[in-house]
Design a protein around this ligand. Structure first.
Ligand SMILES: *[C@@H]1O[C@H](CO)[C@@H](O)[C@H](O)[C@H]1NC(C)=O
Ligand SMILES: *[C@@H]1O[C@H](CO)[C@@H](O)[C@H](O)[C@H]1NC(C)=O
Ligand SMILES: *[C@@H]1O[C@H](CO)[C@@H](O)[C@H](O)[C@H]1NC(C)=O
Ligand SMILES: *[C@@H]1O[C@H](CO)[C@@H](O)[C@H](O)[C@H]1NC(C)=O
Ligand SMILES: *[C@@H]1O[C@H](CO)[C@@H](O)[C@H](O)[C@H]1NC(C)=O
Ligand SMILES: *[C@@H]1O[C@H](CO)[C@@H](O)[C@H](O)[C@H]1NC(C)=O
Ligand SMILES: *[C@@H]1O[C@H](CO)[C@@H](O)[C@H](O)[C@H]1NC(C)=O
Ligand SMILES: *[C@@H]1O[C@H](CO)[C@@H](O)[C@H](O)[C@H]1NC(C)=O
Ligand SMILES: *[C@@H]1O[C@H](CO)[C@@H](O)[C@H](O)[C@H]1NC(C)=O
Ligand SMILES: *[C@@H]1O[C@H](CO)[C@@H](O)[C@H](O)[C@H]1NC(C)=O
Ligand SMILES: *[C@@H]1O[C@H](CO)[C@@H](O)[C@H](O)[C@H]1NC(C)=O
Ligand SMILES: *[C@@H]1O[C@H](CO)[C@@H](O)[C@H](O)[C@H]1NC(C)=O
Length: 619
């Protein structure tokens, strides 16, 4: 090649090449190339290189995301998950005569979906889901070859063209959920799609009842109707859908019982009918031993939890809270599976806590609050290191807490409030590195608060009120820099309030009322920047109110009543005196003359000595 030749202007060189290339394609292929170049220029890409190969010098069949049929005509556009933005040029795309798959899900496409979609008559697979379109879905009745239709979560509104489904007899997947369509019942067109295996109509304003015709969709493996406003009973015909793997009906207004026939759905793994008005018992579930997740919370279900659930080998998650269930739980519950989660709170359950839910070492959440469970917390949970929530408050539990539980390394919350539990909090707590909330109030716990509590460095709220704890409040508590609530009231703590409490910089609420604390109030408490509620009432605290307490003038939730405090009330706090916040301290006096308390200046009530000492403090 001569140097002159290579230095020829590129545009001439290139367009010459393109011309040659185009002329080597058939007429159809060059037309299709133009269509795809139009598509490329209509859509912008952010941070992906998907169109890099889309050059006019290449065969469209070699473009990323494009596939052709045997005669070299474009049959597939697969450009999902590419952050594509722009308005879809369906007028040109639907000129692709062989297009059978158009997959554009999970992009950022916007604007309307044009009527031209009807020209894509060969489509078998259409995915426009998970975009930001607007306006209604156009008539698509000509797309009678469709097998997969995904329009979910894509911003569509208006009336869905249900009639268009009439001749889509081969439809296998229909996914329209998460769009604000106009209100509509499930139309007959849907229950006539007998090939369906997937019907996703959640959160798209479906109302009315589940048609009994649903029973003809025998191929369904997934039926999702959640977050609508559907009413009536779950029809017995659901029992015909023996291939169901997932049935999701939560957050509707369904009434009545779990239908007889549900027992036939032995392949069912996920069943969620939470947040409805269902009643009756759970006996239909006894046969569903393929269940992995069962969620029926916030209904009015009653009767006992069937013993069979204890034998289910795959059950991982069980959420039945806020119903009217009674009786004991199956004692083998969770023992056979890699159990993860139980929430049976707010029922009328009794009997013992099933001991083996963490048997396989996978359990994360144990929520059984507000029932009538009895017996002890099973020792088996003491090494359940996966546990992140443990809440059994408001029950009738007794005995001691197995000491390992205090130190579980991933636990965020221990809540045993309002039971009859006794014994100490053990030094194991130093291992509770994730523990944010320690709620043990209103039990019969006793012993000293271990100094090792400072090892639980994530602690934000400690509520030990209404127990029989005794001994000193450990000074190490000052190491808890995240602590914002400390409630120790109604116990038998003695000794002095540790000065170090003033190092808990995050603390907002301290209640140590009704203990046997003595000595001086540490002035450090007055310097805590966020403290707005401090109750030290009904102790044996003596000496003066620290001058630093003047800071409480801003946040008047201060109670120092019924102690042995003496001397003047800091000037800034005198206005609180009328509220009884200093009552029951015979030695306190006011510098200002005011009702309720003796004046420091009255030599007849208080010794002159105190009066003189007041002066340098406040002036
Ligand atoms: C398409 O790619 C194949 C191999 O990847 C290559 O052999 C062929 O030449 C390419 N065709 C065109 C027209 O670019
Ligand atoms: C799409 O954009 C997001 C956020 O900018 C990015 O994290 C993601 O990797 C992008 N996806 C692709 C396929 O490039
Ligand atoms: C929603 O659409 C996407 C494709 O955009 C699909 O992969 C997904 O399965 C659909 N979701 C449901 C629940 O049908
Ligand atoms: C379905 O097909 C029948 C028979 O071909 C036709 O009469 C009807 O109009 C079609 N329905 C729709 C919605 O296109
Ligand atoms: C229940 O569904 C309605 C739509 O019918 C929705 O607005 C609401 O947020 C859903 N409630 C919950 C708790 O998800
Ligand atoms: C649900 O439907 C009932 C009537 O069937 C209606 O009274 C109620 O307002 C609807 N609720 C919502 C959230 O649309
Ligand atoms: C459940 O299955 C049994 C036996 O397979 C059948 O006789 C019965 O009709 C089915 N029930 C329903 C409601 O489909
Ligand atoms: C559980 O499901 C599998 C397949 O999904 C099925 O073979 C099995 O029979 C089901 N178990 C029961 C007890 O029906
Ligand atoms: C069980 O619940 C956990 C936590 O809520 C969740 O991450 C997991 O996906 C659920 N598993 C099943 C099978 O539903
Ligand atoms: C719940 O069911 C019980 C009977 O099991 C009934 O007495 C009660 O009224 C129901 N509560 C509601 C809110 O429907
Ligand atoms: C606990 O049992 C008592 C006495 O039987 C009963 O009055 C109360 O309603 C029960 N509470 C719960 C939450 O089950
Ligand atoms: C707890 O300890 C028991 C007995 O040592 C053991 O069988 C079990 O597997 C342990 N569980 C966990 C979650 O480590």
């Amino acid at each position: 090649m001569s140097p002159a030749h290579t230095s020829r202007p590129c545009f001439y060189h290139c367009s010459f090449f393109v011309l040659c290339f185009l002329s080597s394609l058939s007429g159809i292929q060059s037309h299709e190339l133009q269509i795809l170049m139009k598509l490329k220029s209509a859509l912008q890409v952010s941070n992906t290189n998907v169109f890099k190969s889309w050059e006019a010098t290449t065969s469209p069949c070699n473009f990323t995301g494009i596939a052709c049929n045997s005669v070299g005509s474009v049959s597939e556009i697969e450009l999902s998950h590419h952050n594509l933005t722009g308005i879809l040029p369906l007028d040109s795309i639907c000129q692709l005569q062989s297009l059978a798959k158009l997959s554009l899900g999970f992009n950022l496409l916007h604007g309307p979906v044009m009527e031209d979609l009807k020209n894509c008559a060969k489509l078998e697979y259409l995915d426009l889901g998970n975009n930001f379109f607007s306006g209604a879905v156009p008539d698509i009745s000509s797309l009678s070859q469709l097998r997969y239709l995904y329009l979910n979560n894509s911003g569509f509104s208006g009336n869905f063209p249900w009639k268009s489904l009439q001749n889509m007899t081969g439809l296998v997947r229909l996914s329209l959920g998460d769009n604000p369509f106009d209100h509509s019942p499930i139309p007959t067109e849907v229950v006539q799609l007998t090939k369906l295996d997937w019907l996703y109509l959640s959160n798209c304003n479906i109302q009315g009842t589940i048609p009994t015709g649903i029973g003809s969709l025998k191929g369904l493996i997934d039926l999702e109707l959640s977050d609508n406003n559907m009413t009536g009973e779950i029809p017995a015909e659901i029992g015909n859908l023996i291939n169901l793997w997932q049935l999701v009906l939560y957050n509707n207004s369904f009434t009545g019982k779990l239908p007889v026939g549900l027992r036939n759905l032995t392949k069912l793994e996920i069943f969620d009918a939470s947040m409805n008005y269902l009643e009756g018992d759970l006996s239909e579930l006894r046969f569903l031993n393929n269940l992995t997740s069962l969620q029926l919370f916030e209904n009015n279900l009653s009767g006992q939890v069937p013993a069979e659930l204890g034998e289910f080998k795959k059950l991982l998650n069980l959420s039945l809270y806020s119903n009217s269930l009674t009786g004991p739980l199956p004692q083998k519950l969770g023992s056979r599976a890699q159990f993860n989660f139980i929430d049976v709170s707010d029922n009328f359950l009794n009997g013992p806590i099933p001991p083996d839910m963490c048997k396989q070492g996978t359990m994360m959440r144990l929520l059984m609050l507000d029932n009538n469970f009895t017996g002890e917390i099973p020792a088996t949970y003491a090494n359940c290191s996966t546990l992140i929530r443990f809440r059994v408050n408001q029950n009738l539990l007794s005995g001691t807490v197995p000491s390992g539980i205090w130190g579980l390394p991933n636990l965020n919350i221990i809540d045993i409030t309002s039971n009859n539990i006794e014994g100490p909090i053990t030094s194991d707590i130093m291992n509770a590195k994730a523990l944010g909330q320690l709620f043990v109030g209103n039990n019969r716990l006793s012993g000293e608060l271990p100094t090792e509590i400072s090892g639980a460095t994530s602690l934000m709220s400690i509520q030990l009120n209404d127990n029989q704890f005794s001994g000193k409040i450990p000074p190490s508590i000052g190491d808890l820099k995240q602590l914002y609530v400390l409630r120790l009231q109604n116990n038998k703590f003695s000794g002095s309030i540790p000065e170090t409490l003033g190092s808990c910089d995050s603390i907002m609420v301290i209640n140590i009322a009704n203990n046997s604390l003595s000595g001086q109030i540490p002035s450090s408490l007055g310097f805590l920047p966020r403290l707005f509620s401090l109750d030290l009432s009904s102790n044996k605290l003596s000496d003066r109110i620290p001058q630093s307490f003047s800071s409480f003038a801003r946040d008047p939730l201060l109670n120092l009543s019924y102690n042995r405090l003496t001397g003047p009330i800091p000037q800034a706090l005198t206005y609180l005196a009328g509220d009884g916040k200093f009552d029951g301290n015979a030695g306190l006096c006011l510098l200002d003359i005011s009702a309720g308390l003796p004046s420091c200046e009255n030599p007849y009530i208080l010794p002159l000595l105190i009066h003189i000492q007041c002066l340098p403090l406040d002036y």
